[in-house]
Ligand binder design. Sequence first.
Ligand code: ADP
Ligand code: MG
Length: 273
Amino acid sequence: MRQINVFTEEIIMSVLEANHVKKVYKTRLGGEGVTALKDVHFSVEPGEFVAIMGESGSGKTTLLNILASLDTPTAGKVLINGKDYSALKDGERAIFRRNNLGFIFQDFNLLDNFTIEDNIKLPLVLAGEDYETMDEKVLPLAKELGIESLLKKYPYEVSGGQKQRTAVARALITNPHILLADEPTGALDSKTGRLVMDLFHKLNEQEGKTIILITHSNELARETDRIISIRDGNIESEEILKPEKYKDTDIDINNKEEKPKKIRKSRKKNKEE
Ligand code: ADP
Ligand code: MG
């Protein structure tokens, strides 16, 4: 595969690309299996805020897990910054994930025997960060999410909305440039939903983070740049909500077809000048 240097090539790969992704969950007894994704094909640009919508069972979580390299596709591939990370060994892939991606699970995935604070710190512990640095990073984030008074508590001692905010803090603690969130604004409480959404807007607008958000809320989805609708394991439609954000790209905002889009940036090749 051709390697692309994102800093020197005129044609920049998308930050994330799902290339004809198919996923079949095999049954244990070698039966038919469940086809969760049929042929999902789309790409996401650096700094985009994308919402993924679709009915329960349409394949959203499967797609997000595959985008995050937490699961492997049956066919097709996922490119991150133009690179196929499925080719990496497990250990390298885990490091890559930690350095680049923040993931918020639909069911939070907090560890019951860890305090809220230690749950948030977990990615840093795994990265071998020293304790002082960890402490410096946890507090501002916990304050921002309104959970600073809960740091010494355990997950079973806090509310659903507070668990959700803890999961958000854990996803952000490594300062990832791509954030993948599986219904973080779910029906638990609307105050948390709004808080999380405001934080996402801030991270997207002020820090240029790329965000992919699965949501059931049409209202929240309409605050993003683009809505991708999934139905029965395929992209059913795409809607661009902020055309102005796409004007410096080659993306045809009227094109409803889902093709992988290579983005031609105005940034020139330095190499040849
Ligand atoms: P959504 O997040 O949109 O609700 P999912 O991606 O969780 O959808 O599920 C898509 C389909 O794949 C569903 O039919 C679901 O039952 C099935 N599925 C999801 N995870 C598994 C799994 N681990 N094993 C078998 N089938 C699964
Ligand atoms: Mg789901």
